[in-house]
Design a protein around this ligand. Structure first.
Ligand code: NBG
Length: 827
């Protein structure tokens, strides 16, 4: 417990000062006070940004007392905390979430109305912190929401990137990236603590020295930067709990600048500052690919070293006995990005705290656990030893020793099986550190993110490790927070649910099961249909205002939103659209007999991923041709609003009828969008991949459109030899769709623009788009049929909602607690 400053006698000086009164009058008073005292303006002279800030500050004011009280109580307890280490948090906007969590939504709405302030305008003012690429970062944000809601002590640790995921625009249908300067107007949610900066060192060399007769190693770094913590409140849902998200920002270490970088050159010294600040400057925009760039390793070490130090030096009591660290902390490694934390903790324990190696290793092994989020080999990070040795020489030595002892143990078990040793070595034969191996050796547990993924991880990616470490591998299927993705994104559905089954489901999502009987209730289904229609109108208004796009009222909304990656197969979706178009223009079907469908895409491509960017261009190109062709009579529409992000997802998902989850089986680790759609009553057309498998098992085959090869079938086809062109020959529809694309029909007659896509599909097709085409088209024909029977479709949609309660991130957190963390809520 932190004592009050000496001489403080006032009773309020010790604990947190209470929150303002939770009434409309109390809110109005606090709001106006914040406008005056924090923004320095009167209401009449305020800008929208002033009014937004004052609102955010007011919400904050209600949460702060609980936050401080929680921190105080946690410190007084001896509970274990979950230290979630993640390079990404894709938070989305905070205002409505924090209003909901604090139970202030209605009070705030009324208070602002009384002040004559338009709350909608203020909502629009908030720029979402896009500090993540996609599923992995959004998952981290869902997890910390659930932990707070479940009163589990947690600190989320990460990086406060000055520029988050780029802002996407289209020029002539091509993606153009703009920097995401989300901090331009500041962020009202952060609490900076420059005075609590940590020094984080890099480079230099190691040396041996005599420590009273014992020879020890130590690191003599060459340069360092400051890591400044920014705290964010993570409020639980109406439970009075507020956890902390602590993001680090880099800053120059001035003392160092002047001595090392600067030989009397003031300008150079200032330049050094820019160098230091580069570390947290920008989020790497690669999703599911590892870059191997030095700055990226700097980022990783920067935030992990600051976080571990923070927990040991700041959160734990002074002089805490670190042999007992596993009783107080579990460092969860969100993918391989924070794995450098393993040698860092060893370095602290052995070099700084002078613990014996074996004792330190025992502590370290209990303190870490590793979540793998991929099956793609290109996403498994490796660091060349020369780079790692240059940046973190002591860490490299420690990794060598960990590897040596590990391989010794492997030899003891399996004899001198050199092939096995090579396969299991943390250092690869070509001289790189395999971070997933290091995490697996060090972690108390290793988990995949869906049943199928965890199984493939054990059987295909790390089989030797599974054999060597029985019981280490486990599964925790991903989940999503129902607060943001049902309650906030879909208030109409939430009201319907509460009316039907009462409240309580928002923190106990399995209770959605009680909705099942309502699937057979015609009135409920009608209300459900009205909810979807209302959400479509809301989306239509958003897209109209945002991008000038229009949605026809009577169309089925068929949605594919996720990062653009070949394995996710946006190309397969496009081939379906081109086929539907071709069927009309070739006269095979009457336009008037085609059920109306609007295809909605949302996708960013990594800026250096050429094929993905070409596919984006093709989606836009197909859209402009199909949308404007009078022969189509408006039955098919393709919409691709740029800059898909959390804010837009919250609008699109509740309006969707059909959810496209069409990755090649064995490639999508889990998916989490798939869960959000099912929970909002969209039916899935999907492969047996990732968490789709579990969704289908739960919602039932009748309420899910399955297609495509299973993972074993994919493997068998590879083994036989895959010749994609054969599939194009066998299916005339496929042949025609590819010809249309290849002929320049979507590029003003210039065949060269999309020829690389077609030739890639015909000759290589790593993700077997052509092999699954026939089955996919058949599934889409079943979708068209099913959609004509409104009652049956809505019944299925309601059953999707009722049976998807499993996919709450609260359940994921319970699984992590039971299988990996063994933590307990703080009463
Ligand atoms: C992604 C997977 C998704 C999964 C999320 C969250 C990476 C490396 N992995 O399938 O591709 O849903 O992680 O687990 O971004």
């Amino acid at each position: 417990p932190v004592p009050a400053p000496a001489g403080a006698t006032h009773p309020l000086a010790i604990g947190p000062v209470g929150a303002p009164e939770a009434t409309v009058d109390g809110f109005v008073a606090q709001y106006l006070r914040n406008l005056n005292f924090d923004r320095g303006v009167t209401l009449s002279a305020s800008t929208a940004n002033d009014r937004f800030y004052a609102l955010a500050y007011t919400v904050r004011d209600y949460l702060v007392a609980r936050w401080l009280e929680g921190v105080r109580r946690y410190r007084a307890s001896d509970r274990k905390a979950v230290c979630y280490l993640s390079a990404e948090y894709l938070l989305g906007r905070q205002l409505d979430n924090n209003l909901l969590a604090s139970g202030l939504s209605d009070i705030a709405a009324e208070a602002l109305a009384q002040c004559g302030v338009d709350i909608e305008e203020l909502r629009a003012q908030e720029v979402e912190p896009g500090l993540g690429n996609g599923g992995l970062g959004r998952l981290a944000a869902c997890f910390i929401d659930s932990l707070a809601t479940m009163s589990v002590p947690n600190v989320g640790y990460g990086i406060r990137y000055e520029y988050g995921i780029f802002r996407q625009t289209f020029e002539d249908g091509r993606q153009v990236e703009q920097p995401d300067s989300w901090l331009e107007l500041g962020s009202p949610w952060e609490f900076p603590h420059p005075e609590a900066a940590q020094t984080i060192s890099f480079g230099g060399s190691t040396e041996k020295y005599d420590d009273g007769g014992v020879t020890r190693s130590r690191w003599v770094p060459a340069w360092s930067v400051q890591a400044v913590p920014y705290n964010y409140m993570v409020p639980g849902y109406q439970n009075g709990r507020v956890n902390t998200l602590r993001l680090w920002s880099s800053r120059a270490n001035h003392a160092f600048d002047l001595s090392v970088f600067n030989a009397g050159d003031y300008v150079e010294a200032v330049r050094a500052q820019t160098f230091a600040e580069n570390i947290s400057k920008v989020l790497y925009p690669e999703d599911s690919t590892a870059q191997g760039k030095e700055l990226r390793l700097q980022q990783q070490y920067f935030f992990v070293a600051a976080s571990i130090r923070d927990f040991i030096d700041v959160v734990l009591p002074e002089d805490f006995d670190l042999t007992r660290l596993p009783e107080r902390a579990i460092f969860q490694l969100n993918d391989t990005h924070p794995v450098i934390g393993v040698p860092e903790l060893m370095r602290i324990l052995v070099d700084e705290k002078k613990m014996e190696w074996d004792a330190a290793w025992a502590v370290t092994q209990q303190c870490f656990a590793y979540t793998c989020h991929t099956l793609l080999p290109e996403a498994l990070e490796v660091w060349p030893i020369d780079l790692l040795g240059r940046l973190l020489p002591r860490h490299l030595e420690i990794i060598y020793r960990i590897n040596e002892e590990f391989l010794l143990a492997v030899r003891e078990r399996f004899g001198d099986d050199e092939a096995r040793i090579r396969d299991m070595s943390i250092i690869s034969p070509d001289g790189a550190v395999r971070m997933a191996f290091l995490a697996t050796v060090a972690g108390s547990k290793v988990n995949g993110v869906a049943e199928l993924h965890s199984q493939l991880l054990r059987e295909k990616v790390l089989p030797a490790f599974d054999e060597f470490f029985p019981g280490k591998f486990t599964n925790v299927t991903n989940g999503v927070t129902p607060r943001r993705f049902v309650r906030l994104a879909n208030p109409e559905l939430s009201a319907l649910i509460t009316e039907a089954i009462g409240d309580g489901w928002l923190t106990d999502l399995e209770r959605l099961r009680e909705l099942e009987p309502f699937a057979d209730d015609a009135d409920f289904r009608t209300a459900f249909g009205e909810m979807k229609a209302a959400n479509k109108r809301r989306l239509a208004a958003t897209l109209q205002a945002r991008d000038g796009l229009t949605i026809a009222d009577d169309h089925m909304l068929d949605v594919m939103v996720k990062r653009l990656h070949e394995y996710k197969r946006q190309m397969l979706k496009l081939l379906h659209i081109v086929t539907a178009y071709d069927r009309i223009v070739s006269g095979e079907v009457e336009a008037s007999s085609v059920p109306g469908r609007t295809f909605v895409f949302g996708a960013k491509a990594a800026p250096g991923y050429d094929m993905a960017k070409r596919i984006i261009h093709l989606i836009n190109a197909v859209g402009s041709v199909v949308n404007d062709d009078p022969r189509v009579e408006g039955r098919l529409k393709v919409l691709f609003p740029p800059n898909y992000n959390v804010t837009l997802a919250e609008r699109i998902i509740p309006a969707a009828d059909l959810s496209e989850q069409i990755s090649l089986a064995g490639k999508e680790a889990s998916g989490t969008g798939n869960m959000k759609f099912a929970l909002n009553g969209a039916l899935t057309v999907g492969t047996d991949d990732g968490a789709n498998v579990e969704i289908r098992e739960l919602v039932g085959d009748d309420n899910f459109f399955l297609f495509g090869m299973s993972e074993p079938e994919v493997e068998a086809l590879w083994a036989r030899g895959y010749t994609p062109a054969e599939f194009a020959e066998k299916d005339a529809g496929l042949g025609r769709a590819l010809d249309l694309i290849g002929s320049g029909a979507f590029s003003g007659g210039d065949a060269s623009v999309f020829a690389p896509i077609v030739s890639n599909l015909m000759n290589d097709d790593r993700f077997m788009v052509l092999a699954d085409y026939t089955s996919y088209i058949a599934a889409q024909d079943r979708v068209d049929d099913a959609y004509t029977d409104t009652a049956a479709w809505q019944r299925s949609a309601v059953l999707n909602v009722a049976r998807s309660g499993f996919f709450s991130s609260d359940r994921s957190m319970r699984d992590y607690i039971d299988r990996i963390w063994h933590t307990e809520p703080l009463g």
